[in-house]
Design a protein around this ligand. Sequence first.
Ligand SMILES: C[S@@+](CC[C@H](N)C(=O)[O-])C[C@H]1O[C@@H](n2cnc3c(N)ncnc32)[C@H](O)[C@@H]1O
Length: 250
Amino acid sequence: MSQYSAAKAAVEAETFEEDASLSIPDYLEKTYWWAYVRPWAVRIFEREWLVNLILWGFYKPLRDLTLQAMGSAIAGRTLKISCCYGQLEPMLAAQVKAGGGSLDIIDIAPEQLKNARRKLTRFIEDGVVTLMRRDSTDLDLPDDFYDRALIFFLPHEQPEDIRRQTFYEAFRVVKPGGQVYVVEFAKPKAWHPLKYIWHPVLCVLEPFASPLWTHEMATWLPRGGAGCQIKTKKIFGNFYQLVTVTTPKG
Ligand SMILES: C[S@@+](CC[C@H](N)C(=O)[O-])C[C@H]1O[C@@H](n2cnc3c(N)ncnc32)[C@H](O)[C@@H]1O
């Protein structure tokens, strides 16, 4: 079985736990066990209104901005690096189906993949969506395979070296001339009132997030994004950003 067919077979696995070489990374278990890793966490957080509240009402605008940027009918192969709560994934899958494309979603946490399977059943049955248990730092997928990848609020949850490796892998699997979309926090404008409330909260709950407030996304891209075309759209007084990176053509 080829590397990719083996990966596709993983969608059928009941538990997503078969691969003994994979485990929940330390930073995820220690910092975010309450948000992603436990089954009860999924039962609490899989509510779009709650995620919207946590993002100060901006989950839906960010979700829609992302979907609009990626296009209403998405052809070719799309990779989503890590799951997220809410309706982004079913809505993205619908756009991929409309374009005749395919969508692969990876995550390291079995509970997240099971949750995604519940939300995406019909797209999995149609053969549009494949779920795979993978570490973002070692995707074990072929080079230059995907037309695009989406990373939605993952970098701020990863330590610096892991964040860089996640980007390295994203750029490795995306074809030359393809896109990597990144949705994240950004450096808020000086006048932003949340700057003073949210930053201390982030420092406690999200200890790896503060560099996103002080550095441009290119900081963590391979070779600082050299040769890539980088388009950044910031919203809500620069609190959030959608960065679209087009990789250099071959
Ligand atoms: C995308 S991020 C944040 C999502 C955002 N808070 C939301 O729900 O809208 C959270 C996901 O990243 C996954 N994750 C964290 N580190 C990972 C890694 N090294 N490889 C794959 N998935 C990872 C977690 O398991 C979790 O499902």
